[in-house]
Design a protein around this ligand. Structure first.
Ligand SMILES: Cc1cc2nc3c(=O)[nH]c(=O)nc-3n(C[C@H](O)[C@H](O)[C@H](O)COP(=O)(O)OP(=O)(O)OC[C@H]3O[C@@H](n4cnc5c(N)ncnc54)[C@H](O)[C@@H]3O)c2cc1C
Length: 569
């Protein structure tokens, strides 16, 4: 009998189990396979999507944009097994940003359906435990669990997702500074896991980071502490404080939050596969690709604002370099209004060139900026913004080594919060609960606390509490997970740019000696060549998660088949 193990049963592990089951009838030459699924959290949701977290925390993807089932768009060798997207499964509003416990129910359903429909002879065993060690056997792998049991299998896939790491040096210094001076410091982490009850009510708190982790934090410290949002007769959202919330002073390099998700669909046709992009494309080619998608939607869906037909624009555009004088001239001719043109720098750093005389001026500007951004993201007249988002997602799936600009721009434009969250941020800002610190925010240690300064405004803000509102950056060398830490200490795995190193073509784990292990594999967001898997798959877009999981499932099954053949011989 063959046996394989999947360590980690979050969305990636669940997708792998589904793909192993889908491909088993095609590749197995004997009637029995045991699939061991190991995770201390219930399978499906795993840790990030566990059910016991506040329903106040939402997904940042709409229900229509989330599926764990393959469809005809997926280019893979294995069979397509159709199933409902989250929106179809819920049967409600496709634009819903589901609470995380609801996503847990969908992911549990996917896992349970996979178990119930597994092919004859394939048995799935769930182990509610943590894998803590991995050792070579003459013909297999031995996995040690934290409850003392061991499992012997032919091949192991690590699908451990987002891990915890020991604090970085700067975080350790801030923590030590806080201890010495009786201050509060919360390092990077998942908002649902942070000891937020230690954050004092009514006191100023400095927050570094304005991305999704800040939105989670903001929600838990306001509505999560009894505050309420209500709509005025004129439609404006207003925050009614409970008195238990802290005063959040938030800043970041950009000084503005991520753009909200759009509240409409594309008008000028479905997004296409990238046209100019190659896996190693330089930044200028990436920008050319992104702008191509933006102008295609602008010209085809909003022709009245343009002075050129798409076919003419497309022909000329294809031959020109991004950033060249000819390209700029073409765009000026085709799109007369500067506000309709795509300006990467202005979009990326809206606050960078602006200086204010005082904090009140900065707050007024920020309130206006948020209100304008909310209007724009809800207005289909700006559907070229959505085309840009789709192009970013496709590029994310193609680029093997996205540069830091792309990664940051991608998060800022394409992985923002639901519009309602930005509206709440604006309401909290108007209520004085959230105050913005400006662009290039920098936190200094002073004798009696922290002081935040920024390039946008003179003076600073002092506080006795500091929170780093970010998820920790991936790091194999600082991983606290005993399995990864043990492998790393003994040369069983290697780190590449913080990620777990695998041979990209078959995702075999690479050791410190550079050799790819025949029976160990790894896949997911913290693994090399797994970047396209860092978010949920969208229906109809040939998602990298499915392509990768399918190919890996087939490799793992082939490994089990070969082991069994040797055993029998
Ligand atoms: C807070 C947060 C919100 C997000 N929101 C969205 C969103 O709205 N939309 C979107 O598209 N993407 C979102 N993402 C991106 C996220 O990457 C994916 O949604 C998804 O969770 C990744 O799945 P995964 O299975 O690879 O990793 P994880 O979800 O991290 O699951 C990994 C699993 O491995 C288990 N594990 C780890 N080590 C061991 C071990 N040694 N033994 C046994 N089990 C182990 C963990 O317990 C965990 O259950 C979000 C990510 C985070 C962190």
């Amino acid at each position: 009998m063959g046996a394989v193990a999947v360590v980690g049963a979050g969305p990636t592990g669940t997708c792998l189990v589904e793909r192993i089951c889908a491909n088993a009838p095609d590749l197995l030459r004997w009637p029995a396979l045991d699939i061991h699924v190991i995770d201390p959290y219930p399978p499906g949701g795993g840790r990030v999507w566990r059910s016991d977290q506040p329903g106040l925390l939402w997904m940042n993807s709409t229900a229509a944009d989330v599926t764990l089932f393959t469809d005809e768009s997926v280019a893979c060798a294995g069979p397509i097994v159709k199933g409902p997207s989250l929106a179809e499964w819920l049967g409600g509003d496709p634009g819903l940003f589901a609470p995380r416990p609801v996503q847990n129910a969908y992911l549990s359903y996917v896992f349970d359906r996979t178990v119930a429909t597994a092919p004859r002879g394939v048995r799935i065993h769930v182990h509610a435990a943590r894998a803590v060690s991995l050792a070579d056997l003459p013909e297999g792998q031995r996995i040690g669990l934290d409850d003392g049991r061991v499992l012997d299998v032919d091949a192991v896939v690590l699908a451990q997702g987002h891990g915890d790491v020991t604090p970085a040096r700067a975080e350790q210094e801030d923590a030590a500074f806080a201890r010495r001076n009786g201050l509060l410091y919360l390092p990077t982490g998942y908002a649902a896991d942070l000891p937020l009850d230690r954050v004092p009510a009514g006191q100023p708190v400095l927050v570094r980071g304005m991305g999704l982790a800040f939105v989670d934090l903001m929600v838990l410290l306001t509505a999560g502490r009894g505050g309420r949002f209500t709509r005025e007769y004129d439609g404006e959202l207003v925050y009614l404080p409970s008195g238990a919330e802290p005063l959040l002073h938030v800043g970041s390099r950009r000084g503005v939050p991520y753009h909200a998700k759009t509240g409409y669909t594309l008008a000028g046709g479905r997004p296409r596969e990238p046209r100019f992009l190659t896996p190693g494309a330089p930044a200028e080619l990436v920008r050319k690709e992104l702008a191509f998608a933006y102008y295609r939607e602008l010209i085809t869906a909003h022709g009245e604002r343009c002075k050129m037909r798409w076919a003419e624009f497309e022909d000329a555009y294809a031959d020109l370099d991004w950033g060249s004088a000819e390209m700029r001239a073409l765009i000026r001719r085709a799109v007369p209004k500067p506000a309709d043109r795509l300006d990467f720098d202005r979009l990326d750093r809206p606050l960078h060139q602006i200086r204010f005389g005082d904090h009140a001026g900065l707050q007024r500007w920020m309130h206006g900026y948020l209100a304008a951004d909310l209007r724009r993201r809800a207005d289909p007249a700006h559907s070229a913004d959505l085309a840009l988002i789709y192009a970013l997602i496709s590029a994310h799936g193609v680029l093997t080594e996205p540069d830091p600009w792309f990664r940051s721009f991608f998060s800022y434009i394409a992985s923002g919060p639901p519009g309602q969250r930005l509206e709440e941020m604006l309401a909290l800002a108007r209520a004085g609960v959230v105050t913005f610190l400006g662009a290039g925010t920098h936190v200094e240690r002073r004798a009696d606390g922290w002081r935040a300064v920024s390039r946008s405004v003179p003076g600073g803000v002092e506080a006795a509490a500091l929170i780093d509102a970010r998820l920790p950056a991936p790091s194999v060398s600082r991983a606290t997970d005993p399995l990864i830490a043990g492998l790393y200490a003994t040369g069983g795995c290697e780190e590449e740019a913080g990620l777990l190193k695998v041979r990209p073509e078959d995702r075999r784990l690479v050791g410190r000696d550079g050799a790819a292990h025949p029976r160990r594999f790894a896949f997911g967001p913290w693994v090399v060549a797994g970047r396209g898997t860092a978010g949920f798959a969208r229906p109809g877009l040939n998602a990298p998660l499915f392509r990768g999981a399918d190919a890996l499932a087939r490799t793992v099954l082939s490994e089990a088949v070969a082991t069994e053949a040797r055993r029998v011989a």
